[in-house]
Ligand binder design. Structure first.
Ligand code: NAD
Length: 294
């Protein structure tokens, strides 16, 4: 493993400027973490409110670090300046890596990836923060699939150490090495995994969500399941976790998993998550999901 890590260190290209597409829960967190650890980052969204929310979140997190004495006000200003909000591809010709973090929908992601590929240098790395969608499938949209891989952060980005770096069929070693190095520079613990729907973590997590959905369908109160799982030792139960993730994201990711593993996921549709999604109860992002947030 050490040998492999050294080989990655050697093959990696330095990331001097990054970009993130989407300034939502994940994009905002990625921008914050990159800026905090010294890599300036362009943060692009198609909605002005998205950008404002991303900046507000970064500012709140940095403010907390200053309050706790873990960051000087000067460093906070520096980190905030390192996040460059934009609604256009203006400076993308200078970026070394782009992390795509838009909605969990293969069609939308493919369109966005092809669009950004046309804006960046030929040697720039493009990485997707998809939770579940196969990297080789997304790569079909690209002219340079060798420069593309997965870079899957977990929520909340500033607290969760793990990043899955996913190798698609055509991903080059340099793309993997550069993404691993960028994740490390962000203070994260990258793990390189092979490609399939859900990669490693979500292949473990979705059967757990499936078990939870079956209990709820059988009439068990979701609050009770959450409380039991907390007593078991998990930081939060499955219902609360899905509210944090976003019911829309959990719903789309579940569809990708159900398509990828039809046999294993055959009773995964028409669950409480579908009912919440149809009622536009998207979790913490809009104040109502399994729980109601004031
Ligand atoms: P979100 O809904 O909070 O944010 C998505 C953002 O993308 C929105 O602000 C939207 O305006 C923007 N967007 C849409 N189309 C765009 C485009 N063409 N260009 C730029 N911006 C665009 O979603 P999220 O929870 O941040 O999820 C984003 C991605 O990260 C998804 O693929 C999701 O599966 C993945 N992910 C989510 C979590 C989680 O817990 N929420 C964890 C890991 C990975």
């Amino acid at each position: 493993l050490k040998k492999k890590a050294r080989a990655y260190d050697k093959a990696a290209r330095e990331v001097k400027l990054a970009a993130v597409l989407g300034a939502g829960i994940m994009g905002g967190g990625i921008a914050y973490q990159s800026a905090l650890k010294g890599t300036p980052i362009l943060m692009k969204d198609i909605r002005e409110e998205g950008i404002q929310a991303g900046l507000a979140e970064a500012s709140k997190l940095l403010g907390k670090r200053v309050e706790k004495g873990r960051l000087t006000p000067e460093k906070m200003a520096e980190a905030l300046n390192a996040i460059r909000p934009t609604m256009s591809y203006g400076d993308f010709a200078n970026v070394d890596i782009v992390v795509e973090a838009v909605v969990e929908n293969p069609r939308v992601k493919k369109a966005v990836l092809a669009e950004v590929e046309a804006q960046v240098r030929e040697d720039a790395i493009i990485a997707s923060n998809t939770s579940t969608i196969s990297i080789s499938l997304l790569a079909e949209a690209l002219e340079r699939p060798q420069n593309f891989c997965g870079m899957h952060f977990f929520n909340p980005v500033h607290m969760m150490p793990l990043v899955e770096v996913i190798r698609g069929e055509k991903t080059s070693e340099q793309a993997i090495a550069t993404t691993v190095a960028y994740a490390k520079k962000m203070g994260k613990s990258p793990v390189v995994v092979n490609d399939c729907p859900g990669f490693l973590v979500n292949r473990v997590l979705f059967p757990y969500f499936g078990g939870f959905a079956r209990l709820v369908s059988a009439g068990v109160d979701f609050v009770r399941v959450d409380k039991v799982m907390e007593k078991f030792g998990w930081p939060m139960g499955p219902a609360y976790l899905m509210d944090v993730v976003g019911i829309d994201t959990a719903h789309h990711a579940r569809d990708v998993m159900a398509e990828g593993f039809p046999e294993r996921m055959k009773d995964a549709r028409k669950t409480a998550v579908d009912a919440l999604y149809e009622a536009n109860r998207l979790g913490q992002k809009n104040g109502k999901g399994f729980y109601v947030y004031e």
